[in-house]
Design a protein around this ligand. Structure first.
Ligand code: MTE
Length: 321
């Protein structure tokens, strides 16, 4: 049996308000158009967005920030949305149908730990506060495949600013939802659920760190991590945590999901480097999903100029796994 002690940054279950008890009233009200109210009735009204439609659909497409281009052809949407890793819905690539069970409204995001004021905010209220833009990023998985993806969303530094961390906060820990009735993969007790990832605060404030809320000019699909997913393109894909419900600021480096499972193969830093082998395969090149071409992998996935300075004093750390 896997016995796992609670990490210092984890809240006990009863100190977290259950998501189902929370109705994000403002975002529901925002969704109620004239047609959504049944004339002459009082009390309960349904939001006007069509069944199955994402209530943030009207926000997209957003303006592209041309400072971030992929450097090669954008991967056709059908590949990026059907070839996925999302272990909550299965430990294989074809989880796109199963992931439709993910319920993305109401969706509360908790901001806590070393911040001026802990809070919980509904995703639509958060989206309304953030400056949305589109960026094209290269996306390199530790399994040696890659894509070029147009993400919409906002700079993670904007969320950090909004959260107002205290001066002693050093790390930002992100956590995925936990609900095994929705996500059958979470019944597999040998995984250390919930999925967690973390960045140093300096990394989180780097210009490249991005919260993706859209994909290909539309709300981000469930299988890609709706409604809120991290994109840090100089790091292997397992850092790109999906469907985030919590941002926790701490002064202590946490153990992350894959590091906890297998620290020999997956580390905290996970920066892309073609010269550092995964213990079981070479990282020298990658398979472009879409063209099926094998192309050379670049240091920091080609983003060296933007991020190399973050690591100059960390020579003793294992920066590339
Ligand atoms: N986030 C959660 N919550 N669960 C996961 O299993 N898989 C990671 C990452 N984020 C994963 C996750 C891995 S291994 C990769 S490569 C990317 O998501 C895949 O993102 P994509 O399906 O959008 O390409």
């Amino acid at each position: 049996m896997l016995i796992r002690s609670r990490k210092s940054w984890e809240l006990s279950e009863n100190s977290v308000t259950s998501e189902s008890r929370y109705l994000n009233r403002r975002s529901i009200l925002k969704g109620i158009g004239v047609g959504g109210l049944i004339a002459g009735t009082s009390g309960f009204a349904l939001p006007s967005f069509a069944k199955g439609e994402d209530p943030s659909a009207s926000l997209y497409p957003v303006k592209r920030n041309t400072a971030y281009e992929g450097g090669r052809a954008i991967t056709p949407e059908k590949f990026a949305t059907t070839y996925n890793n999302f272990y909550e819905f299965g430990s294989h690539k074809s989880i796109s149908k199963a992931a439709q069970a993910l319920k993305i409204r109401p969706w509360m995001v908790k901001i806590d730990g070393l911040v001026e004021k802990e809070m919980e905010i509904g995703i639509d209220d958060l989206l309304a506060k953030m400056p949305l833009e589109e960026r094209i990023y290269r996306h390199r998985c530790v399994e040696a495949w890659s894509m070029v993806v147009p993400y919409s969303g906002f700079a993670l530094s904007e969320l950090v600013k909004f959260a107002a961390p205290k001066s002693n906060a050093k790390y930002l820990v992100m956590e995925t939802f936990q609900d095994k009735s929705m996500a059958p993969g979470q019944r597999q007790f040998w995984y250390p659920w919930p999925y967690t990832e973390a960045l140093t605060l300096e990394e989180a404030n780097n210009e490249l760190s991005f919260m993706a809320t859209g994909l290909y000019g539309k709300p981000i699909p469930k299988q890609n991590g709706a409604p809120l997913r991290l994109a840090v393109p100089w790091k292997y894909g397992f850092k790109h945590i999906k469907s985030i419900v919590r941002f926790h600021f701490t002064d202590t480096r946490p153990e992350t999901f894959w590091e906890d499972l297998n620290s020999r193969e997956y580390g905290f830093w996970a920066n892309v480097n073609p010269e550092v082998r995964h213990p079981r395969w070479s990282q020298a090149n990658e398979r472009d999903i879409g063209t099926e071409e094998r192309i050379p992998t670049l240091l920091y996935n080609g983003y060296e100029e933007q991020v190399a300075h973050l690591y100059k004093d960390l020579g003793k750390e294992q920066l590339f796994k």
